[in-house]
Design a protein around this ligand. Structure first.
Ligand code: GTP
Ligand code: MG
Length: 292
């Protein structure tokens, strides 16, 4: 049988559940998920391999009106994902209003290829409302197929996976068939630490923070990891560390647990906090941290 492969790219407003869906389709906790908006900052590939197909899924940052260069870079990654999609997944959430979704609709309308509109989080809605909202989305985006889902609870996820595999063009695999992502272990470790920062710190702190893994060494049955938490200002460094270092210790302990699950090994995690003044406004610094 012929092999099918293609790019399936997920776009949507912040916090609608794009990363949750990527993980659900893969059946793995690969990308970070958080109740706070702007969790995802990069386009990240998650590769789902079957005997005769390869679905190259892209998670992308939530679409927003950029206010500083880091967010400009995030929106460039979204626009990249619009260009190479074999199938575009436009995700919205229950209760979201089409008239407040121009930023995502405008991008979706630019794409001519196959497209599915996914109405996510139907677990917090009811059947009558879902039916009404699907009708509104049909009017807003007439050439998209529609599917109500719950990425969190797995409702219609297997159906979506099967549907996507059937929509792929005939093509040899783009990546080795045992690969799960285009990103390496260091990247995902840094992301896990960043996810804990989103969970434990408030207001601007998580949005002013970057994490860089500077050392990753496997030594027998332990992985030694050194990571830097980069903030924009001295005051933020103080907040990350906390009184007597308590906040940083909690961050380290919680992050280590998740990293151990991810790498499948015991982990020794050494976290340092560094100030890199106004890094998220500075093109040169952004490039250093892997932003385009
Ligand atoms: N009730 C419910 N919550 C969901 C569902 N899918 C995702 N969520 C929650 O929505 C929040 C945001 O999920 P993410 O997957 O991080 O959303 P995202 O679209 O990737 O967000 P950004 O990366 O910030 O753009 C998390 O708290 C998820 O648990 C769902 O089907 N039902
Ligand atoms: Mg995300």
């Amino acid at each position: 049988m012929a092999h099918r492969a293609g790019f399936v790219n997920i776009i949507g407003l912040p916090n609608v559940g794009k990363s949750t869906l990527l993980n659900a389709l893969l059946g793995e906790r690969l990308v970070i998920v958080n109740p706070k908006a702007q969790t995802t900052r990069h386009r990240i590939l998650g590769i789902l391999n079957g005997e005769d197909f390869q679905l190259v899924l892209s998670d992308t940052p939530g679409i927003l009106d950029p206010q500083y260069p880091l967010q400009d870079s995030m929106m460039r990654e979204v626009d990249e994902a619009l260009k190479d999609a074999d199938v575009l997944l436009v995700m919205v959430e229950a209760g979201q209003r089409p008239e407040r979704s121009e930023a995502v609709l405008e991008r979706a309308r630019r794409c001519r290829g196959p497209m599915l509109l996914l109405l996510n989080k139907i677990d917090i809605s009811d059947q009558a409302r879902v039916a009404v909202e699907l009708e509104q989305w049909r009017t807003a985006l007439p050439h998209a197929g529609l599917l109500p889902i719950s990425a969190l609870h797995g409702f219609n996820v297997a159906e979506l996976r099967a549907k996507l595999a059937g929509m792929l063009p005939e093509h040899p695999p783009y990546y080795p068939k045992d690969e799960l992502s285009d990103r390496n272990m260091r990247f995902f470790v840094a992301e896990i630490i960043r996810e804990k920062i989103l969970s434990y710190y408030q207001q601007e702190v998580p949005y002013s923070t970057e994490v860089v893994v500077t050392d990753f060494k496997e030594e027998g049955d332990i992985v030694r990891i050194r990571a830097e938490v980069i903030v924009m200002r001295d005051s933020q460094k103080g907040i990350i560390i906390g009184r007597g270092g308590a906040a940083l210790r909690r961050l380290g302990t919680e992050a280590r647990r998740d990293i151990e699950r991810f790498v499948g090994n015991k982990v020794f995690l050494d976290l340092r906090v560094k100030v890199d003044p106004d890094w998220r406004q500075d093109q040169r610094k952004l490039r250093k941290y892997g932003y385009r």
